[in-house]
Write a protein that binds this ligand. Structure first.
Ligand SMILES: Nc1ncnc2c1ncn2[C@@H]1O[C@H](COP(=O)(O)OP(=O)(O)OP(=O)(O)O)[C@@H](O)[C@H]1O
Ligand SMILES: [Mg+2]
Length: 344
């Protein structure tokens, strides 16, 4: 069953460089969330902070009653077992073949026999499409295969919380679509809480229940997918539409230089962006109709319904009145016509 992850006031700096400050969000139990953000905004540092592979400077991360930021090593060791982490670079051991890489957490954390381990490893390898590649070494396979091996390894301990750092990078569009479906199917099967860090807009539009975005040292927003996907905030629309022109610069360095030089922030640059933007891409204009929400992926045929959906529906009804009108409309529409009477 899914476990919620409560993050409160989390702050991390390396020396004088504050990566992000005062990040507060809750990953709802069993729901799928996506964290977006330009390169260098600290998405990877955030994932690692949840399991204290990076030590945050302030704040709390509460999982199953334990604050992973401050708890003792023994509690941390137990808390970490709830997590399966798929790292951005796969983080495989170069000297071990794929089989031994994927078996590693089982040998490290359990007393299973080799026969039991073998069954789990082969099942997970099949799940991510790596059957027959057991004896290859990380250096001999493609980046996409390393990614999938990293995912298989993240899954062997049946984690209740799955963290995926850019699962799509290095994958072709077909593999990315396949992986998106795999994550939704996993969620339906084991009700795991999932956080995906990605740049992939297609994933952001089709996979998660919730979306957040890191930008310029903080969390710009975190909430139901309908809120971010119908937002007219210039930073969000630029990112979600993959536009070159807008408040987000080529690199965080440039962004920081802009801030230091006292250049116009968000709003001024967004005005400029609207003029330069070709017609037909209207999401950035306040008052323009929001881009149509595409439906969220559903589990593959034969799988159970996602348990999170029922809980989410109750959560949405509770918070509906606090959301922007477009998000309210989109959420109400997603409940189907018979539910429209629930609108406040
Ligand atoms: N161990 C470290 N020591 C010092 N600085 C670090 C360390 N790890 C990360 N940083 C810095 O923290 C910032 C955020 O890095 P992070 O890797 O989390 O970005 P990201 O959002 O994941 O980027 P990308 O989308 O390119 O993967 C960067 O400026 C990076 O240089
Ligand atoms: Mg990263």
């Amino acid at each position: 069953m899914g476990i919620e992850v409560v993050v409160e006031g989390l702050t991390k700096a390396f020396g004088r460089h504050v990566v992000w400050r005062d990040v507060t969000l809750t990953l709802p139990a069993g729901e799928v969330s996506v964290l977006l953000g330009p390169s260098g905004t600290g998405k990877t540092v955030f994932l690692k902070s949840l399991v204290r592979l990076v030590q945050p400077d302030a704040g709390r991360v509460v999982v199953d009653g334990v604050d992973t930021v401050t708890c003792r090593e023994r509690q941390l060791y137990r808390a970490r077992r709830l997590f399966g982490v798929m790292f951005q670079d796969g983080a495989l051991f170069g000297s071990l073949n794929l089989y031994d890489n994927i078996a590693f957490p089982l040998r490290e954390h359990t007393r299973m026999t080799e026969a039991q381990i073998r069954q789990i490893v082969l099942t997970k390898m099949e799940m991510v499409g790596l059957t027959g590649e057991e004896h290859k070494f990380p250096g001999e396979i493609s980046g996409g295969m390393r990614k999938r091996a990293g995912l298989a390894r993240a899954l062997v301990l049946d984690p209740q919380i799955i963290l995926c750092d850019e699962p799509d990078s290095g994958l072709d569009p077909v593999r990315t679509a396949y992986l998106s479906q795999l994550l939704i199917d996993l969620n339906a099967e084991i009700d795991a809480t999932i956080l995906i860090v990605t740049h992939d807009i297609q994933i952001a539009r089709t996979v998660p229940d919730n979306i957040g975005m890191l930008y310029r040292g903080g969390l710009v927003m975190f909430g139901p997918r309908e809120v971010l996907l119908t937002s007219d905030d210039p930073v969000i629309t630029q990112f979600v539409n993959g536009r070159r022109i807008g408040p987000i610069g080529m690199s965080e360095e440039k962004d920081e230089a802009d801030i230091a030089a006292g250049h116009a922030g968000h709003a001024g640059q967004a005005g400029q962006a609207q003029q330069a933007e070709p017609a037909g891409n209207g999401g950035a204009r306040p008052g323009a109709p929001p881009p149509a929400l595409v439906p969220q992926l559903e589990p593959s045929p034969g799988l159970p319904e996602r348990q999170a959906l029922r809980r989410r529906r109750a959560r949405m009804l509770d918070m509906l009145a606090t959301l922007p009108p477009r998000a309210q409309e989109a959420i109400t529409a997603s409940f189907g016509p018979q539910q429209s009477g629930n609108r406040p």
